[in-house]
Design a protein around this ligand. Structure first.
Ligand code: M6R
Length: 615
């Protein structure tokens, strides 16, 4: 949530900061602001609303400072307003701070500071930070006025903070420096010879550099334009090496598409091809670099938990079928925010798999820490190299989907699905838990899927014209059986988040136990039918809604009498366990075109943010 950007170099900072904010807007878009170090001291400019409001502020183009920090906000404490927008300053305007995350003890700190004469002008938790830095800076009696004193003040302030934070600090007293630190909230430092770029997200600064430093929790970096020094909490110097990121800058551009979401839907064949990579080779061997599990270990696993949020959790729902059927290991799927508070039974025989596109989702990371504490082995599936989740998990497996910018997750979902299925095949192969011909068939199908996904995308025009018929509806239902329930849930989530249409998803057989009461003349019911064993049963359930006047949209790989439905999207046939990778595509496109039909901002839906780094 919220986007942070920072620049320290030889160029004017403000255009770089605004450009970075525009790229980061998908993380939050309630208000935006920047602070630069000008000859007369720190200047702060901010406004409510989108970055374009900030860009249009009088005077912003006159800023000349070559060091600056900036922020786009997703409101937590305090409504979206100019006063609550970042950067925030201490009372003497000596320090400017931008912050992502939540300071849980801000009230306590605010009282402490108020008792020491500090005044507050916003409703935010963040405003305690610059004042706390000032408090420690002014109380520091060591006779020096150098960057070490600046660093000490920031460190002392951070030690008082409970919660999560990624912070950038600049000071009028130290016009050559910037200090950054993070705890449970992402922050990366991009580096080139005489320029440094700081961001909460790699794609926002990819056009400037592909060389990055990654900070661990409570590591401090003090930057000049041509140096970065790292310190631990005790202010001992530490060394870090630069990591090169393979993503190219154009991957974070729209490349002629109207929206990132549509571009990312169309990138899926490439994304899954990259994710498969050499994990399944043309001779049908399956190997996962970085995993060295043997049969003895796999035989000890008595429970697999797949833990994630939102779309990533739906990957788990699909994978459960394959884990149980192919590996014969009981598998449970948990929403991360629930998992961490329900005292799950975890021990050293438990394997926990955490799925997160961003690798920064606070609930997922907290669940991972809990699993480790109880002795479970942990695997992270993520798209972002160096993300927080990879630092916590025992093993990290990367999807290679490239940066996903649209808030609605699409290519990350299908890449996660393919990767987890490869993991399942890898387990089943070692365990010998299912027959070789089925495994061979699955491997062959996986290698065919990029082409089948390309084929599936041809439904675009058909789906678009159906979307134009239903975009004004108020309620839409999604049905499926077996593995198609997971796709129904994901289709329903996609629709809700970008079209704001109320929607429900149900196992088709459950409909008659209550929800069918909501079916009335003209309502749209979307059904997914990919499992030949269940297709007849689902058709019977669809008949029940047709009888009650529903309009039906069917996504299927199966042969049937299409005439009984209003619209049928035929997708290529594949193994049932892999079918969600194809069946979701028409539903992604449907949500996209409904959202477009309503004239909404597809990439930045209201109230949402791309990466949810608060609990
Ligand atoms: O980065 P993560 O995969 O951990 O994010 C989890 C969810 O917040 C995310 O999938 C969310 O549900 C998407 N906006 C769905 O499109």
């Amino acid at each position: 949530m919220c986007g942070i950007i920072g620049y320290i170099g030889k160029q004017k900072a403000s255009p770089i900061l605004i450009n970075g904010l525009l790229r980061l807007e998908y993380r939050g878009y309630d208000s935006a602001g920047i602070s630069t170090i000008e000859p007369e001291g720190l200047v702060v400019m901010k406004d409510k609303g989108r970055v374009k409001n900030l860009y249009n502020l009088k005077g912003i183009k006159d800023l000349k400072g070559t060091i600056g920090i900036a922020h786009t906000r997703w409101a937590t404490h305090g409504k979206p307003s100019k006063e609550n927008a970042h950067p925030h300053q201490d009372n003497s305007k000596m320090f400017s701070v931008v912050h992502n995350g939540i300071i849980e003890n801000y009230n306590e700190l605010r009282i402490l500071l108020e008792n020491n004469g500090y005044k507050f002008y916003s409703e935010t938790d963040t405003e305690v930070i610059p004042n706390l830095i000032h408090y420690y800076f002014s109380k520091d009696t060591i006779e020096e006025n150098n960057k070490t004193k600046f660093l000490r003040a920031v460190r002392n302030a951070c030690l008082d903070l409970q919660g999560s934070f990624a912070i950038e600090v600049i000071s009028s007293l130290f016009p050559e420096n910037m200090i950054v630190v993070r705890k449970d909230s992402p922050l990366v430092i991009g580096t080139s010879d005489d320029e440094k770029y700081i961001s909460s997200d790699i794609p926002a600064i990819l056009s400037y550099t592909r060389n990055f430093y990654f900070l661990n929790d409570l590591e401090f970096a003090i930057l000049t334009s041509n140096s970065v020094e790292f310190y631990d909490t005790n202010l001992n110097k530490i060394t870090k090496s630069v990591q090169n990121i393979e993503w190219n800058a154009s991957a974070a551009e729209k490349d002629g598409f109207d929206d990132f979401m549509l571009k990312e839907i169309y990138e899926q064949p490439t994304a899954i091809r990259e994710t498969i990579g050499s994990r399944i080779s043309t001779d049908y061997s399956c190997d996962i670099e970085g995993l060295n599990f043997d049969k003895n270990y796999l035989n000890t696993i008595n429970m697999i938990y797949i833990v994630a949020c939102g779309t990533a959790m739906h990957v788990g729902l699909s994978a459960k079928y394959a884990f149980e059927n192919l590996c014969k290991i009981p598998t449970q799927v948990d929403i991360a925010s629930e998992f961490r508070y329900r005292n799950p039974i975890i021990n050293e025989k438990t394997l926990c798999i955490f799925i997160s596109q961003s690798g920064e989702t606070a609930d997922t990371i907290a669940a991972l820490k809990l699993a480790k504490k109880h002795g479970a082995k942990t695997i992270a599936i993520t798209n972002v190299i160096g993300s927080s989740i990879t630092r916590e998990a025992d093993y990290s497996l990367y999807t290679h989907a490239g940066p996903e910018i649209a808030v609605a997750s699409t290519k990350a979902y299908t890449s996660q699905l393919i990767l987890i299925n490869i993991l399942i095949i890898y387990f089943a192969q070692i365990l010998g838990s299912c027959n070789d011909s089925l495994l061979l068939d699955l491997k062959k199908e996986i290698l065919e899927l990029p082409k089948k996904l390309e084929e599936t995308l041809k439904c675009d025009t058909q789906v678009k014209s159906f979307a134009q018929k239903i975009y004004q509806e108020k309620d839409i239902f999604f049905l499926g059986r077996g593995i198609d329930v997971a796709t129904a849930q994901e289709g329903s989530l996609k629709l809700k988040e970008i079209s704001y249409i109320h929607s429900e998803s149900y196992p088709a057989g459950e409909l008659k136990h209550g929800p069918i009461a909501l079916i009335e003349n003209g309502i749209t019911v979307i059904s997914i039918l990919t499992d030949s064993k269940l297709v007849e049963k689902t058709i019977s359930n669809i008949q029940e809604v047709i009888t009650r006047g529903a309009k039906t949209f069917v996504v299927t790989s199966q042969k049937m009498n299409y005439n009984m439905f209003d619209e049928v999207v035929k997708i290529p046939e594949t193994n049932t366990f892999l079918s969600p990778i194809l069946s979701i595509v028409p539903l992604q496109l449907l949500s996209y075109y409904i959202s477009k039909g309503k004239g909404l901002d597809v990439d930045k839906p209201r109230n949402l943010a791309k990466s949810v780094t608060v609990e």
